[in-house]
Ligand binder design. Structure first.
Ligand code: PLP
Length: 495
């Protein structure tokens, strides 16, 4: 395995083939030496807790054992991380080479496939990847072969008390949710917590199942998951608009900021509700006040971009609901992976520790999202054919200023009567892939476009939207691909 990476490195890093053998050797030694030095900083035996931190303080370093078993894993990780993939992809320890972003192809991701659709349909927050690369030293995790093999932590629980401490601290710093006197449930992504919440709130009598509702446009998983489980105690009934407030047997999903349109939503019925706050963070929305609801759901995937770790948490007010909720999660998955909890801890600590205020992370993420919105708005403002949601400024207690939101998605509307299927229009005339409004129980004249992709993917999306708007305005520019060939014809249509 190990020599395989060295061979791989020689193949993938430009100029490697022209290096002399001794230069290659020197390069690897220098990586190894760096690792020895850096690893002292990154390796926390106890998994990144406050206990381990204390032991890493300068006074203790002399008694730190020399790196042994961990150095091979550290070297492997550094070698893979050093693969440049032309800035349009990433190599992973569990992969077999560069994995390219969006429309980039080739062994080193250097070729832009100009016929490939601009992908704006997913929910990944890869725009944050460069931030985590910059913070590599503080976020790297090294997992021993015997790391937390048990189902439980030493205190018998299945959730890390260190991680719980940092989650509470983060909410306190950001001021987006009340956690005092509340209990936390961890889930395999917030996706698992959604169905757990419905179960916890649903009717005890199977003969009178709870009606599960959401206000359109709503996140499609509420419908698909609730219907998929086909439980006796609850059943998905669609849009709140078709229901009356005198019905008491309701469980309402309230998503704020909303997916897909980014609006700060309130409950319609104010009965039993699941408040999905996965996007209620300063980079996406002003934080007018700390949310204080019965069940509030958050997710690492939207906060930091680590969707692959599958980690979410729910803040629960009522003890009986908490008991039912925890039972659901125990039966569904016997807790959340300890590796996931360790990684989440390392990541959240970096945010919390940023000057003790969380500002470096949120300022960075806000800056990126704001910049994308400004660029998109500038293009769409020249169009009457397409429009996007209004972004109303509100006072943000975290940044202490009045500011517009930067939603993760543009909720784009095709305004021409003949453009009935907006998604098809974008796909066929602009080579843009979004998600149709119908998926969110709304009109097909809407399309959801993700704005949280890697930079190169967002650039391509913007270029394609601009070409459509230019075409609408009769201004035709031939857009050149990276290899020089035009990919719009004289009518401005995608070829
Ligand atoms: C509103 C909302 N809630 C929950 C989720 C699920 O996220 P995850 O399971 O990655 O935490 C998503 C994912 O896109 C979402 O948009």
């Amino acid at each position: 395995m190990f020599p395989h990476f060295i061979v791989h490195l020689k193949q993938e890093i430009p100029n490697c083939s022209t290096m002399s053998k001794s230069k290659n050797y020197g390069f690897l030694i220098s990586i190894a030496v760096n690792i020895l030095l850096i690893s002292i900083g990154i390796y926390l035996y106890a998994g990144g807790g406050r206990w381990a931190e204390k032991n890493l303080q300068i006074g203790h370093l002399q008694s730190t054992p020399p790196l042994g078993w961990s150095s091979k894993a550290a070297l492997e990780a550094e070698i893979v991380a050093a693969m440049p993939c032309s800035g349009h992809g990433r190599a992973y320890v569990d992969g077999s080479g560069c994995e390219c972003n969006g429309c980039y192809v080739g062994d080193d991701c250097s070729i832009l496939n100009v016929t490939c659709p601009a992908d704006a349909h997913g929910g990944d927050c890869m725009y944050l990847e460069p931030y985590w690369i910059e913070n590599a030293v503080d976020t790297a995790v090294l997992i021993s072969g015997w790391h937390r093999m048990s189902y439980n932590y030493a205190d018998g629980s299945m959730i890390s008390s260190e991680l719980e401490y940092y989650i509470r601290k983060l909410h306190h710093i950001v001021g987006n949710a009340v956690t005092e006197g509340r209990r936390l449930v961890f889930g395999v992504g917030s996706a698992q917590l959604l169905s757990g919440a419905v179960y916890a709130l649903s009717s005890k009598e199977a003969s009178i199942p709870s009606n599960v509702l959401a206000t359109a446009p709503y996140y499609w998983l509420f419908r698909d998951q609730t219907s998929f489980f086909d439980a006796k105690n609850f059943t998905f009934k669609g849009n709140t608009s078709a229901w009356h407030s005198n019905n008491t047997n309701l469980v309402e999903f309230v998503t704020s900021p909303n997916n897909p349109d980014g609006g700060l939503k309130e409950s319609v019925f104010h009965k039993k509700k699941v408040n999905d706050h996965v996007f209620y963070w300063p980079q996406f929305s002003p934080i007018p006040k700390a949310a204080d609801e019965d069940i509030m759901i958050f997710s690492l995937s939207k906060l930091t971009g680590h969707a692959g770790s599958r980690f979410g948490w729910a803040i629960v007010k009522d003890d009986d609901v908490y008991d039912k909720y925890s039972t659901f999660n125990f039966v569904a998955s016997i807790g959340v992976s300890k590796e996931t909890q360790l990684r989440a801890l390392k990541i959240l600590k970096v945010i919390v520790k940023g000057g003790g205020t969380g500002r470096p992370f949120f300022e960075h993420a806000d800056h990126l999202m704001r910049d994308r919105w400004e660029r998109l708005t500038a293009v769409i403002s020249k169009s009457t054919r397409f429009s996007i949601q209004e972004r109303k400024p509100l006072h943000c207690t975290f940044f202490d200023e009045t500011r517009p939101p930067n939603p993760p998605f543009a909720w784009l509307k095709c305004n021409r009567e003949e453009d009935v299927d907006c998604q098809a229009v974008l796909q066929q005339q602009g080579n843009i892939r979004g998600r149709p409004g119908s998926l969110f129980d709304d009109s097909t004249s809407y399309t959801r476009l993700s704005l949280t992709s890697p930079e190169d993917q967002f650039d391509l999306l913007l270029k394609r939207i601009k070409a459509l708007v230019d075409q609408e305005n009769g201004y035709i520019e031939t857009v050149k691909s990276s290899n020089g060939s035009p990919f719009y014809n004289r009518k401005g249509l995608y070829m």
